[in-house]
Design a binder for this molecule. Sequence first.
Ligand code: AP5
Ligand code: MG
Ligand code: ZN
Length: 217
Amino acid sequence: MINLILLGLPGAGKGTVSERIVDKYHLTHISTGDMFREAMANKTKVGLEAKSYIDKGNLVPDEVTAKLVEERLNQPDIKEGFILDGFPRTTKQAELLDGILERVNKPLSNVISLDVNEQTLIERLSARFMCKNCGATYNKLTKMPKVEGTCDRCGGHEFYQREDDKPEVVKNRLEVNEKMNAPLKDFYEKKGLLTVIDGEQTPEKVFKDLDAVLSRD
Ligand code: AP5
Ligand code: MG
Ligand code: ZN
């Protein structure tokens, strides 16, 4: 069984490659960012709390995020394996996750870090736009919908830019995440679980490298 963590700074391509992994391996995709955006859209208690952090590009407190993940990992659909996209992102969260995985009895099989340099991240985030209806992700430079103005996935016609992709927020978001990134990679390197993949490559090549790691075990 594959229980995977995907590490990577904002815009590294975690969501993009997750879609391809899910197609091939039928894993359950757990993105804390997606879960928070859903909670914000539904104006739940967690959503309202998270919004004040997310809109500024700060991290939601570790305990709040870990609780959300623990609830998610207790759902029956993770039986066949899961991808954690965007969690953990601090060593504190990584420690909390160790406890959660022990309680749900799901050992990690791999931790993969998608490494991308800062200039590329800034370019990708400023060019990203999303379908308002289904959340599908596009990019003005590299991934336009096949039919102009129409979402490939749901046929929707309305698109938006994420609040945290605005230039003033991106700067802080990158700073905040960069600070946490090296210690987090060390944490999993020491456990012998970490593989680094060059996230500057095309989406096809990134998937190919990741697929090679997953089919190795
Ligand atoms: P989250 O939604 O997870 O944002 P993020 O980590 O900043 O990552 P992104 O979703 O922006 O990037 P991605 O790596 O998925 O890239 P994508 O595939 O879209 O979290 C949002 C916020 O929630 C956080 O800032 C924080 O406040 C809060 N939060 C979430 N988790 C938390 C946690 N654990 N603790 C505390 N707070 C938390 O790709 C980006 C763009 O590039 C797209 O346009 C895509 O088309 C394009 N692209 C992708 N791959 C390639 C490629 N190989 N080549 C060219 N273009 C590409
Ligand atoms: Mg994402
Ligand atoms: Zn759509």
